[in-house]
Every structure is written in C-alpha cells, then in structure tokens.
Ligand binder design. Structure first.
Ligand SMILES: Nc1ncnc2c1ncn2[C@@H]1O[C@H](COP(=O)(O)OP(=O)(O)OP(=O)(O)O)[C@@H](O)[C@H]1O
Length: 261
C-alpha cells in the first residue's frame, strides 16, 4: 500500500483492526481505525478504559501486528517499526542498579552510541532540563515525578523525532502532573518531536495537543477529531479561558456517552 500524498505525515494508521483470541472467544479490541500524526504535531487519544488504546500503541511501535489494515511511519508501509519510535509504556521500567544518568543513557546504548558520547549527551540533557543534581541518584531514591522525567529523557534519546507516550503522568499527584506537563512542552519544543499521546485527563489533552481523537468504547473507533485551536506557547492558565472550557465540555459530554454506568 502506498499513498504518495500522505508521505509527508509522520504516522498514518489506515483501517487498522485487532482481534484477540481468548480461548474459543474472539475479542475485538480495535474496529477499523484511521488516524494521522503530522510532522511536529502533538496528537492525543482519549477514550474509555479498556477501549484499545494500548493495543494501538503496540501496533504502531511494531510490538504487535494488526489483524487487518496497515501503519506507515514517514511514508514507509513495509519497513521494520522497531527503532523508529520512542515508546514509553504506561509503567516504564528504570533499571534500579543504574543511576539516573545511566538510565537516560540506555536509549543511546540500545542505538550502540559509544559510552563516552552517550554519557556526554545524557549529561547535557539532564543539565538542560534541570535534573543535573539527580544525575548520580538511583531510581529508588527519586520521587515519582522525577522518575517519569528520567524515563521521558531516556525515550527522547532513543528516538526524539517520534514519540509514543502512554499516559506518562497517570500515577502522579495533581500538582506534580501540572509541573510535568509544562516541562514536557518545553522538552518537545527543543526537539520538534511528533507525539502520539494517551491520556484519560481531558484538561491535559487540551493543554498539550494540536488534535484530539476521541475513541469509542471497545472496539475502539474514532468518534470525533477535535482541533485544539489555542495558541502556542501554551500556559496552564489558558485552561480557564472560554475556548478551553468549551472544548473541555465538548470532550466530557462525548466521553460520558461512552462510559458504562
Ligand atoms: N494480548 C491480549 N490478549 C487478549 N486480550 C487482550 C490482549 N491485549 C489486550 N487485550 C484486551 O483488549 C482490550 C483493550 O486493551 P487495551 O489495553 O488496549 O485498552 P486501553 O484502552 O489501553 O485500556 P486502559 O485505558 O485501561 O489502559 C481489553 O479488553 C484487553 O483485555
């Protein structure tokens, strides 16, 4: 499958379905699903629990294959997926025997960057994003928010150009979450990354995204595509402005229809 008109897109998901076999039962996780992410775009997926978001991520990352349909990264429908995306799963594992800096270096180790260069790059990144004082700390001594920052830097060093982030702030308290949202925006601005992002938090999706795909209950299909027409750079206070409140209401109403009682 080849569509030259879509070659300038970072990601094209076309007619993707995924059906799991659970014993003699068939479990349909994804209905035919289409979505795109443009170069440098931040796109969020929001939908009810268990609708199939992580399944879609696994397919885009190349960890799983679709039952039907296809995925293209940078216009390439056939090629190997692995290595083309920086994928941060819901519970990213930091290696407990490695310091924060050595964990950040992992993204480069996988790409076989020489140790000295990897350490230098990791060090620079920790410094640029305000984490240098934690460089020699082990994960067990870091707060949840700090661990997520380290995991995000590691993902960026693996592949900064296209990131799949599966609810990276889901387990954090509200204040830490807000701080990390702003930190992430700063990070992405430096790298001009394209991002596909999963969240359950409507306000988070509005603050960060250019576009939001609202997904139905399982099997996931696209209910609506919402353009977030708020200016950038984004600031937390914008969420109180009339347009943001309007978007929030629109999204909540859509999601409530999909939520089982
Ligand atoms: N390997 C598998 N075998 C069988 N069923 C699976 C498999 N992986 C996922 N599922 C099922 O597919 C459905 C979608 O799961 P998925 O984890 O993609 O949802 P999700 O939207 O990411 O959920 P959440 O929002 O809770 O993280 C669920 O019913 C899940 O039980």
């Amino acid at each position: 499958m080849h569509d030259p008109q879509k070659d300038d897109l970072k990601l094209v998901v076309k007619g993707v379905t995924r059906t799991f076999s659970a014993g003699r039962r068939q479990l349909e996780a994804l209905a035919p699903l289409d979505l795109t992410v443009g170069q440098g775009e931040f796109v969020s997926l929001i939908g009810p629990s268990g609708c199939g978001k992580s399944t879609l991520f696994n397919i885009v990352a190349g960890v799983d294959t679709p039952t039907t349909g296809a995925v293209a990264i940078e216009g390439d429908w056939q090629g190997e997926r692995a290595g083309k995306v920086g994928y941060m799963p819901q519970q990213p594992l930091l290696l407990p025997w490695r310091t924060a800096e050595e964990n950040v270096m992992l993204g480069l180790d996988v790409r076989r960057v020489p140790q000295k260069e990897a350490r230098q790059q990791a060090h620079e990144l920790l410094k640029r994003f305000g984490l240098l004082e934690f460089a020699d700390s082990y994960p067990a001594t870091l707060s949840g928010g700090m661990r997520q920052r380290i995991a995000l830097l590691r993902t960026i060093l693996f592949n900064a150009s296209f990131l799949l982030l599966d609810e990276p702030f889901g387990a954090l308290d509200a204040l830490t979450r807000i701080t990390l949202q702003m930190w992430l925006l700063d990070l992405l601005e430096s790298f001009h990354s394209s991002v596909l992002f999963i969240t359950h938090d409507v306000r988070e999706a509005i603050l960060l995204s250019d576009r939001i795909y609202v997904l139905s209950a399982r099997p996931a299909s696209v209910l609506r595509i919402v353009d977030v027409d708020l200016p950038r750079p984004r600031r937390q206070q914008m969420l109180a402005e009339a347009r943001a409140v309007e978007l929030e209401q629109e999204l909540i109403l859509l999601l409530m229809k999909e939520q089982p009682l």
